[in-house]
Design a protein around this ligand. Sequence first.
Ligand SMILES: Cc1ncc(COP(=O)(O)O)c(C=O)c1O
Length: 446
Amino acid sequence: MGKTESALHAGATQATGSLAEYWMPFTSNRDFKADPKMVVRAEGMYYISDRGHRIIDASSGLFCVNAGHARKEIADAVSAQLRELDFVPPFTRGHPKSFELASRVAALTPGDLKRIFFVNSGSEAVDTAMKIALAYHQAKGQPGRTMFVSRERAYHGVNFGGVALSGIVNNRRKYGPTLHVAHMRHTHVKENFFVRGQGEHGADLADDLQRFVNLYGAENIAACFVEPIAGSTGCLVPPKGYLDRLRRICDTHGILLVFDEVITGFGRTGEPFAAQSFGVTPDLMTMAKGITNAAQPMGAVAVSTRVHDAIMDAAQDGAIELFHGYTYSGHPAACAAGLATLDIYAREDLFARGRALSPYFLDAIWSLRDLPIVTDIRGYGMFATIDLAPGAAPGARGQALQKKLFDNGLHLKPTGDAALIAPPLIAEKSHIDSIAEILRSTLATL
Ligand SMILES: Cc1ncc(COP(=O)(O)O)c(C=O)c1O
């Protein structure tokens, strides 16, 4: 038996069998299995490890548990739903909660983003949005618009469409070229290092889209996908004027603008969506994660009525208008979780709460700037990132950091040598203080 196949380490409070069979996603499996960071329970702001340690959750799980962990209201709603109606085929059959949730989500989305297509993850939302963009242009008699524009350092999930859009080298390089995608430059410019919120520099990077129009022809470009704040590569806040400029170029050339709000949605930026925080409305918007507070897998695409109606109008009466959907689209349990989650967001006014807490949170993260290892800090709303000077190899320091932090009672999401911090919106100031203290003491040991 190899080291990775051994049973869980001594000291665990809960017996666990073999670790060999489960192939973990986006994880160094050998590393984890040699020193498992096992979580057995969660409540509010905390995870509880198999050793009984309380670990403050500084990244809302994976940017998804915006209302804090183990919310009883959501668990009760899912449980009741499964007892009453466990499953309905979403093709040709409906159930009331999917319609109700679509209306509730549409009440939060800006502008005319009022048609909601349900999926089961952020990756599915992205691929669905790509298909809707293609279907729209076909409906408008422009089938040549098949190319997409994305951005360096973008993360749009792991399905083939999202991988083609991806601007993260390791997520792309092993899977070969797929769709035709041109990548704009990212917006992480030196002039904005350590700037809180939106930097003054870099709006002109949006002109990369215009250059692609000049190079490829607008008649070949379907859509431009961006995360309003690029999340997975570390909170790249859009420079002032950047998103407006993308919007203008898209409008001029008939290109659909898609915001991937899988991380930024549901209060992370102080509004329901980043589109509202930055005052720019896209034509399609993807979301997932916070839609159910992560208690059930779910995602959605919000589509402008203009785009939706064009696809509807192009289909013959009685025909299926969009040949797309998943067995679990609008699953009753996910819809029940979504409704209970939106109730909590509204009842506890969590988006406004996050907005009010943001200055305190950003102050706490910026207080770490004096550490020599810190090379940049970025932040907006309840989302921040600390870049660390690389160690022996790229990513080694980030990996060491997340392991040490867990042992010191803090969970966060690392990407490369960056620490991504996005606490649940229920956080108290004392939680923010603890996060900053643990970060400071741990960073000092790296
Ligand atoms: C912006 C963005 N899009 C898509 C995804 C993919 O979501 P999922 O992991 O639910 O497929 C993520 C996940 O973090 C994301 O951050």
